[in-house]
Design a protein around this ligand. Structure first.
Ligand code: PLP
Length: 227
């Protein structure tokens, strides 16, 4: 199956849903990204700042770049000129740096709050209580160049469907709670980013609006030396 075939498969899967595809392009060369673009992909997800910044100039300007990996504050400046959505926001400090860098470019950068839903210590993200504290703070209200548009989470790497559903439901619950408490009058707050190659079907069934799919489109990634 070619990249175009795989994209057509996902486009068909999503046709009657309100869920969109983020094509996860990390580790793949720009030729592959162009191939995906030519087959209709527009939302691209990368997890490393330098890699995204290096690829961005080679692709058409209407690509929506989504950062899906952990972001250090000192690297925000490299993507602030073009990034569409930072999906991995997990602190006020990071929001404040995005504000500062986005303001320099007179842009509004969108962001998702990343939640910890997996049962693995290594996966990062906020708790609901931490997110509520952040959103209630005066400092949060002073960020005109950042717009929060929803939530993101990475589920446990497990074949256990009951557990996966529980984690997706948990994230959706956080979304509903924050929507009611802080974003009731903001239709832009509407994204629930969950689901990857292995678990996107369940994620869509549980209300995902953005699935992040890499290997099911491009094949396995190689992180090796000579790749
Ligand atoms: C790599 C990555 C994905 C895509 O994973 P696949 O299993 O290749 O679909 C999705 N989300 C995040 C946060 C990732 O880092």
């Amino acid at each position: 199956m070619s990249i175009a075939d795989n994209l057509r498969f996902f486009q068909a899967q999503l046709a009657d849903t309100s869920c969109r595809l983020v094509t996860v392009t990390k580790t793949h060369p720009v030729e592959k990204l162009q191939e995906a673009y030519d087959a209709g992909a527009r939302l691209f997800g990368e997890n490393k700042v330098q890699e995204m910044a290096a690829k961005q100039p080679a692709l058409p300007a209407d690509v929506e770049w989504h950062l899906i990996g952990r972001l250090q504050t000192n690297k925000v400046k490299y993507i602030a000129p073009f990034v569409h959505t930072i999906q991995s926001i997990d602190s006020l400090k990071l929001l404040q740096e995005i504000e500062k860098q986005a303001a320099k470019h007179q842009r509004v950068v969108r962001g998702l709050l990343q939640f910890h839903i997996a049962d693995e210590e290594t996966k990062s993200g906020l708790s609901l209580a931490e997110a509520q504290l952040l959103l209630r703070s005066d400092a949060y209200r002073a960020l005109p160049h950042v717009q929060l548009t929803g939530v993101m989470g990475v589920a446990t790497n497990t074949p256990d469907e009951t557990q996966l559903r529980r984690e997706f439901q948990e994230l959706r619950g956080y979304f509903e709670q924050l929507k009611a408490e802080f974003f009731a009058n903001q239709p832009e707050f509407r994204e629930i980013s969950m689901g990857m190659s292995a678990d996107y079907r369940l994620a869509i069934a549980e209300g995902s609006t953005l699935i992040r799919v890499g290997s099911a489109i491009f094949g396995a990634r190689s992180y090796g030396v000579a790749s």
